[in-house]
Design a protein. Structure first.
Length: 88
């Protein structure tokens, strides 16, 4: 078996909690986020590059990541904390 290490990349991420955090994401990331994300009845859904027209559901506490190609996707908090570290 071959082993690989994840290349270090810098990403932008905001933590999703509720409508106010969704609104902050729309302000921060603008139309590029608003065009793929919807907050309705307490649920945040995001259309990703991988899922195309089937959106992923973000739960409160999940991190919303803007990837290296400008794509957005939710990441569970425990996975996020194992994968990323703060720069600031």
């Amino acid at each position: 078996m071959s082993k690989f290490r994840k290349k270090p990349v810098v990403i932008d991420a905001l933590r999703f909690q509720d409508r106010s955090s969704y609104n902050a994401m729309v302000v921060e990331w603008g139309d590029s986020f608003a065009s793929v994300a919807r907050f309705d009845n307490g649920v945040l859904t995001i259309k990703t590059l991988e899922t195309h027209n089937t959106p992923l559901i973000a739960s409160p506490g999940d991190w919303i990541v803007r990837g290296v190609k400008g794509e957005f996707y939710p990441c569970r908090s425990d996975i996020f904390e194992e994968t990323y570290e703060a720069l600031e």
